[in-house]
Design a protein around this ligand. Structure first.
Ligand code: ZN
Ligand code: ZN
Length: 411
């Protein structure tokens, strides 16, 4: 038996999305509706009722972990998702290029995203290889636009330190400080502060930045860090359930979470982690990957991006594109006699609110071991009447359980 687990980030919505319908309900989705007709529906609270999920914690929960026990922060997933080697004791951060100017009080923030820089990041990354703080080995990798990931390796470091991003333009960068009185926090905060100052000294006179300023653009002249995290202790899904899995995802965070859970990463050309992602290529990669693995986890991010942008048309269009470019292909090409599929979101990102909410998310299971329920479309209200009822997290263990992979608890 093979398993396919698809998450559309921020899939769920509210009746305020589009004239009384959610984007999912309003979207024309004949293939999802066909799957709903064959399968069973329900509502899932990604972490638990009343808990407003982040994407990282929600994914951990849907994959079968208790985020309250294992979550250490986002930075580590960003680093893993960039393909960095992360070991016990390393401290990882989300990092981003920003624009600052020198002032008597310190480095004053001009823009948190360095004018949403879209080219030349490799030059910045190369220059930052010169970062050198005694007692620490520092690695930075740029990802998309202003974003990147930073790893600090050294003896006796702690993740209990604050960020350097003041979040408010016109204010000076924050000095990182210990957030708990624990060994290593002072030392780690000190390393981060030295690194921040050094990043400014390295980047400010870079030819790229001189060119940007001459062209009227903001310079990318400092590195801000947040989300300090160390490597979480996660028993792999394979060690717990026995099934071998792989991840297909454009966004580094999702690749990072899945790799931390023991999945192999399958790169896909054109997978951008955005609305423009190549969904057909992802569908083809799912089919190919299933030849070698027990299950595949595929993440799509466009739904959440459109939700944050409060753009109902984009969210609906992305759902329709998933329907015709992914679910159509799966219906036609998967061996449904021996394959189970689960499809859900990691939280709702309603249009009106523009951010993640506590609402449960519709979930769909299809496969030979799954009893059909009466639902014939896939949407929030129909899913609320589905045979799966309402449950919390653990969608992947459920899916693998239908594939007969679950270990028995007790005798
Ligand atoms: Zn999410
Ligand atoms: Zn989001």
């Amino acid at each position: 038996m093979k398993g396919i687990f698809v998450i559309a980030d921020g899939l769920g919505g509210r009746p305020t999305d589009l004239n009384g319908n959610t984007c999912l309900e309003a979207a024309e989705t004949p293939y999802l509706d066909a799957l709903a007709t064959r399968g069973a529906l329900g509502l899932v609270d990604p972490i638990g009722p009343g808990i407003r999920p982040g994407s990282d914690t929600a994914h951990l929960s849907l994959l079968g972990y208790d985020p309250f026990k294992v979550y250490t922060g986002r930075g580590v997933f960003e680093c893993l998702g960039m393909g960095m080697d992360v070991q016990a004791g390393d401290i990882c951060f989300r990092a981003n290029f920003a624009s600052v100017e020198s002032s008597a009080e310190g480095l004053r923030l001009l823009d948190r995203r360095a004018g949403r820089i879209s080219e030349g990041q490799n030059e910045l990354e190369d220059a930052l290889r010169a970062l050198s703080v005694p007692g620490a080995e520092i690695e930075f990798l740029a990802s998309t636009q202003h974003r990147g990931a930073l790893r600090i390796r050294g003896e006796g470091l702690s993740r209990f330190i604050g960020e350097t991003d003041p979040h408010e333009v016109g204010t000076v960068l924050l000095a990182s400080r210990p957030t708990q009185d624990v060994p290593g926090a002072d030392k780690t905060a000190d390393i981060v502060n030295q690194m921040t100052q050094q990043s400014f000294e390295i980047l400010r006179d870079l030819p790229l930045n001189k060119k940007r300023v001459a062209a009227g653009q903001l310079p990318a002249n400092v590195l801000l860090v947040r989300g300090a995290a160390n490597c979480p202790v996660l028993p792999s899904i394979e060690s717990v359930i026995g099934a071998r899995g792989a991840v297909i995802a454009g966004g580094a965070l999702y690749r990072g979470v899945a790799e931390a859970c023991g999945m192999d990463y399958i790169p896909v050309q054109g997978a951008t982690g955005g609305l423009d992602t190549n969904i057909k290529a992802k569908a083809a990669a799912i089919l190919k990957t299933l030849e070698d693995y027990d299950y595949v986890f595929c993440h799509l991010k466009g739904t959440d991006n459109a939700g944050h942008d409060k753009n109902a048309a984009d969210k609906k269009a992305f759902i329709e594109r998933m329907d015709s470019e992914l679910f159509k292909v799966l219906i036609e090409r998967v061996d449904w006699g021996r394959t189970h599929l689960a499809f859900t979101g990691d939280h709702c990102t309603p249009i009106d609110y523009g951010d993640h909410t506590v609402d449960p998310v519709p979930v769909l299971f299809v496969g030979p071991n799954i009893p059909r329920d009466p639902g014939t479309t896939f949407g929030e209200r129909v899913a609320g009447q589905g045979g799966l009822g309402r449950f919390s997290g653990r969608v992947l263990p459920m899916l693998l359980g239908y594939c007969n992979w679950a270990p028995k608890f007790g005798s």
